[in-house]
Design a protein around this ligand. Structure first.
Ligand code: GDP
Length: 297
């Protein structure tokens, strides 16, 4: 289960304060040390951990929590609020174009869940906004990738634009967009190529697609199971693409929590959606406060 270890350790750290009418500075320091270790063990970025612990400690001292009523409950509340803040405070909606179609470009490493997420997002838009999206198959390096997107499209009854593997991805994106305009599709979702690691060729190509179609939204699909690597990947893509949001996938797995807690703070980019399963319906809007509650258990 996701966050299992983190939840248990955070709860244990704060449980020791429970029942205390008064919390000494030494008690607080000991608790903060345990919280710090819990976060580091969950693979949260150390800079983020440092900032988090400092803020919680300062708030606890500053608000005279230690001498007040129910200090342990108040500290739990501060931790909850600061976890929420670390993940971005409030849900951030999808960008929308003033005139249809809204262009969404999806990027990410191979296996992160990009193609699956393209389908999930299209279904969500269809179900919740009655939208008519067009999917564009822009991964020309793996014939299987086009087939996979077509299968996804059939599953959710959404059309897929493809020109095979012999046309330049920039050209495919442009022609797909033209078709969407002709057919009055209100969303275009471009499934770009992924690779096993970030390389110049991939980044150059993604940059060219971005320059050609000017997406309203560039969503980076990141596998939550990859912890600190997820954060490094996000930074790498963001440097080149200046992404507008992140989709964190596989939160139904036993991720430790590092990616969820670090990405926003490190990159400044909001997590907009989370993938919580392999089925097309398993995509949810990311709510930092709900995620904080889930982490605290
Ligand atoms: P791509 O290479 O980035 O396009 O990745 P795919 O969309 O092909 O997904 C790779 C694998 O991850 C597939 O087996 C998906 O079913 C799986 N996957 C994608 N998103 C999720 C998720 O949120 N939860 C789980 N458990 N599996 C996922």
């Amino acid at each position: 289960m996701a966050f299992e270890g983190l939840t248990e350790r955070l709860q244990n750290a704060m449980k020791k304060l429970r029942g205390k009418g008064k919390v000494s500075e030494a008690d607080l320091r000991a608790t903060m040390r345990e919280i710090r270790l819990a976060l580091l063990e969950a693979d949260v970025n150390f800079q983020v951990v440092r900032e988090f612990v400092k803020t919680v400690e300062q708030r606890a001292k500053g608000a005279k929590v230690l001498e007040g009523l129910n200090p342990s409950q108040q500290i739990v509340k501060i931790v909850d609020e600061e976890l929420t803040k670390t993940m971005g405070e409030a849900a951030v909606p999808l960008n929308k174009a003033p005139k249809i179609p809204t262009i969404i470009m999806m990027a990410g490493l191979q296996g992160a869940g990009k193609t699956t997420t393209v389908g999930k997002l299209a279904l969500k838009l269809k179900n919740e906004q009655n939208a008519r999206p067009l999917l564009i198959a822009d991964d020309v390096y793996r014939p299987a990738a086009i087939e996979q997107l077509q299968t996804v499209g059939q599953q959710i009854d959404v059309p897929v634009f493809q020109l095979g593997t012999d046309v330049d991805p920039v050209e495919i994106a442009k022609r797909g967009l033209e078709q969407a305009k002709t057919n009055h599709n209100d969303y275009v979702i471009i499934d770009t190529a992924g690779r096993l690691q970030i390389d110049e060729k991939l980044m150059g190509e993604l940059g060219n697609i971005k320059a050609a179609v000017h997406p309203n939204e560039i969503l980076l699909v990141i596998d939550a199971m990859t912890g600190q690597n997820a954060v490094a990947t996000a930074e790498g893509f963001d440097k080149v693409l200046d992404v507008t949001g992140v989709v964190l996938t596989k939160l139904d797995g036993d991720t430790r929590g590092g990616a969820a807690l670090s990405i926003r703070a490190v990159t400044g980019k909001p997590i907009k959606f989370v993938g919580q399963g392999e089925k097309m319906a398993d995509l949810d809007v990311f709510h930092p406060d709900r995620m904080a509650s889930r982490i605290l258990g």
